[in-house]
Design a binder for this molecule. Structure first.
Ligand code: ADP
Ligand code: ADP
Length: 232
């Protein structure tokens, strides 16, 4: 699904150079939940921005679903993100004066989906994330955990090739954090989605199927985690 080869990002700071990414190689497969984990300044955001096509690498290749991201023009990148990428944000980024269904339906309106079809799809995903009772609640009436559930539904609704999550539980308490991470595991498993999460927190990274440990712009270890299937 994602192939990264020999990826470099060099920033010029005054007369010196900062190697934010210093030769990164990995493959992420369809249906995987991967975590990029490392301390502050290790290159996580830079890597995520490259993968999402928000910044250009200095050198190297990024292939997502067959497309070479590093070769796309700005306009092609905008359309690539709209069509194929879902984003989950630390601060949810919901429109506060819209309700849950409207927030989830919004990205679909940019894709020419009719109002009726948008509403149906949005409701379906709102149910999937367990908010059937809060469908008509405004974002600013919901808890952080509920808002992040809406954020997850919104990312899924565009039927993306890949979902990127940047510190998705950074603003949540520990119980809600576990609930959200369990939901992300369930979605990856049941929807055969591919999810790449960035975090500085080793505990949170363990919820992923594979953890890519990054320091000083290099991945020094890839760790696999075996999760028990959850029974109800
Ligand atoms: P993380 O997300 O893990 O905290 P970043 O990817 O933000 O790390 O940063 C990696 C390194 O690249 C750091 O040393 C940071 O200072 C540097 N860096 C990031 N963005 C820029 C930029 N726009 N200009 C100069 N240096 C940058
Ligand atoms: P953060 O809250 O993590 O700082 P931003 O709100 O700055 O994130 O968004 C980062 C980038 O992600 C934006 O510049 C935009 O191009 C892209 N983006 C955000 N939401 C979407 C979306 N729904 N569809 C496509 N691209 C998006």
């Amino acid at each position: 699904m994602i192939q990264v080869k020999n990826l470099y990002k060099v920033y010029k700071v005054g007369n010196s150079k900062v190697y934010a990414l210093n030769g990164v190689d990995f493959t992420i497969y369809k249906g995987e939940f991967c975590a990029i984990v490392g301390p502050s300044g290790s290159g996580k955001s830079t890597l995520l921005n490259m993968l999402a096509g928000l910044e250009k690498p200095s050198k190297g290749e990024i292939v997502i679903g067959g497309s070479h991201i590093e070769k796309l023009s700005e306009n092609q990148l905008v359309s690539f993100r709209r069509k194929h990428v879902g984003f989950i944000f630390q601060s949810y980024n919901l429109l506060q004066t819209m309700n849950a269904v409207e927030n989830v339906a919004l990205p679909l309106s940019f894709r020419g989906v009719t109002k009726k079809a948008r509403n149906e799809k949005a409701k379906e995903y709102i149910k999937l994330v367990g908010l059937e009772k809060q469908m008509k609640h405004m974002a600013n009436e919901m808890s952080g955990g509920q808002q992040q559930r809406v954020g997850i539904a919104r990312a899924l609704a565009v039927d993306p090739k890949i979902i990127f999550a940047d510190e998705p539980t950074g603003n949540l308490d520990s119980k809600t954090t576990r609930e959200i991470l369990n939901l992300m595991q369930k979605i990856v498993r049941e929807q055969n989605q591919t999810l790449v999460m960035v975090t500085h927190d080793n505990y949170i990274a363990k919820f992923a199927d594979r953890q890519f440990h990054i320091v000083d712009g290099k991945i020094f270890k890839i760790e696999e985690q075996h999760h028990e299937e959850q029974h109800h």
